[in-house]
Design a protein around this ligand. Structure first.
Ligand SMILES: O=C(O)CCC(=O)C(=O)O
Length: 268
């Protein structure tokens, strides 16, 4: 059993306030027995392409990364640190840093697929105007086995999660911030699809909804099991979703419905 906390915080325009709120949630998560905690996409910054350069920090020396390292260590948590705008030379990335309970960085994921969409009467967003894409499928080792991490729009590309699952990831964490157009339509469906396809756990952490902000997040942080079923899900308000994962369910599901070993990679 592994207890996970998905911290659905309200992200504001004030970076210090965001860091303090993350700190409070991580403290509560640890008190409630979480061994691993997840923060949302762009948790220190409004999700707005015009803000990313102003809020960007270098990794590992920037203040957000330093603070998260201290929090992971103080609370003895594995920490999937949401994402922040990362400044690397002249380029900006949407980057998730993962820490172990000693506060050491174990991996970082730079969002591979940039969110460039234009939905009529819905949402228009062009991350590629300001961000550069990452170039790796990201997995990391834990005492419970291998886990994967991808960021938000990355979940729409089934090959990325499949690659992580083939490399041994049995849980994939997705710091994310869907919106009021694609959230109701696709959020749950995408998490259930990736979980069912790969017979793994899929966990999504969103910011809470702020209807006054320029980008209104859907919320609904959730956990889906290898059977493709939603284990638990928040609504749109701030809160912490605690879930206990029984990792034995992965092999049980793969034995019961053996699609994982019946794949015909000679054909496709
Ligand atoms: O795929 C979607 O609908 C939302 C993606 C998104 O908001 C993001 O990548 O940040």
């Amino acid at each position: 059993m592994l207890r996970i906390a998905l911290c659905q915080m309200l992200v504001t325009a004030n970076k210090q306030e965001n860091l303090d709120q993350a700190a409070l949630m991580l403290e509560k998560a640890a008190r409630d027995g979480a061994q691993l905690a997840v923060l949302p996409e762009m948790f220190n910054c409004p999700y707005d392409i015009h803000c990313f350069r102003d809020y960007a920090e270098t990794i590992p020396s920037g203040e957000t990364t330093v603070r998260l390292a201290e929090l992971a260590q103080a609370h003895k948590l594995f920490l999937v640190g949401g994402s922040i705008p990362e400044l690397a030379g002249e380029l900006l990335y949407n980057t998730c840093v993962v820490f172990n309970p000693r506060g050491e960085i174990i991996v970082k994921h730079q969002k591979v697929h940039l969110f460039d969409v234009c939905v009529k009467n819905g949402i228009k967003f062009t991350e590629s105007e300001v961000l550069a894409p990452g170039n790796s499928a990201t997995i990391f080792e834990t005492p419970w086995g291998k886990f994967g991490v991808e960021i938000c729009y990355d979940i729409r590309f089934p090959e990325l999660t499949r690659k992580m699952a083939k490399n041994g990831a049995n849980v994939v964490f997705v710091p994310a911030a869907f919106n009021m157009t694609t959230g109701p339509a696709h959020w749950e469906l995408l998490f259930c699809s990736r979980a069912l396809d790969n017979q793994i756990f899929m966990l999504g952490g969103s910011p809470a909804r702020d209807s006054q902000s320029s980008y209104v997040a859907y919320g609904h942080s959730l956990a889906v099991d290898p059977w493709g079923q939603v284990m638990a899900q928040l609504d749109e308000k701030p809160g912490i979703l605690l879930v206990d994962l029984d990792l034995a369910q992965i092999n049980e599901t793969r034995e019961a419905i053996p699609v994982w070993r019946q794949r015909r990679e000679d054909l496709y």
